[in-house]
Design a protein around this ligand. Structure first.
Ligand SMILES: [Zn+2]
Ligand SMILES: [Zn+2]
Length: 152
């Protein structure tokens, strides 16, 4: 029987991924990486800190940001900036996906890139500019908010 990769120990996976990215393995980095990997959603730094603290013990918000930045720079975590929201963190899967944000409740959903590889759109720019990525945010109402409030 071949061992299922999905069943692999999260801790062992975190160590492998940190080392693979050339990062020194620390308890804080492991905890933050595991918290982000376990979440299917998009976490803000405060939520990451709260959950990581349950593994490592006390973690300051600044330390959390430092770890998140290191993981983002190393390509393990993806940081998404959405206007009016704190930065959100999720596992970097290099799938070039976009986001749908509900204007009322702030629910964030992944939207598969409809084109494929980055950059999926070519903006009109003067000669000499090189576009590497397009990050699209779709705004609207989630099903729950459509049911509870009339669209304005
Ligand atoms: Zn909503
Ligand atoms: Zn996402």
């Amino acid at each position: 029987m071949t061992p299922a990769t999905t069943g692999a120990e999260p801790m062992a996976q975190a160590v492998t991924r940190l080392r693979g990215a050339g990062l020194r393995v620390t308890a804080q980095r492991m905890a933050v990486l595991m918290v982000v990997a376990e979440s299917l959603g998009h976490l803000d730094a405060d939520t990451v800190r709260e959950r990581a603290q349950q593994v490592t013990g006390r973690l300051s918000l600044q330390a959390t940001y430092n770890v998140l930045h290191a993981l983002t720079d190393a390509g393990l975590v993806r940081c998404t900036q959405i206007a009016g929201h704190p930065a959100r963190y999720e596992t970097e899967r290099h799938d070039n996906h976009h986001h749908f944000v509900c204007c009322r409740c702030g629910d964030i959903r992944d939207v598969a890139c409809s084109v494929g590889a980055a950059p999926c759109m070519e903006p009109q720019l003067p000669e000499g500019y090189l576009t590497q990525e397009a990050a699209v945010t779709f705004w609207g109402l989630c099903p729950g908010c459509q049911a509870t409030a009339p669209a304005s």
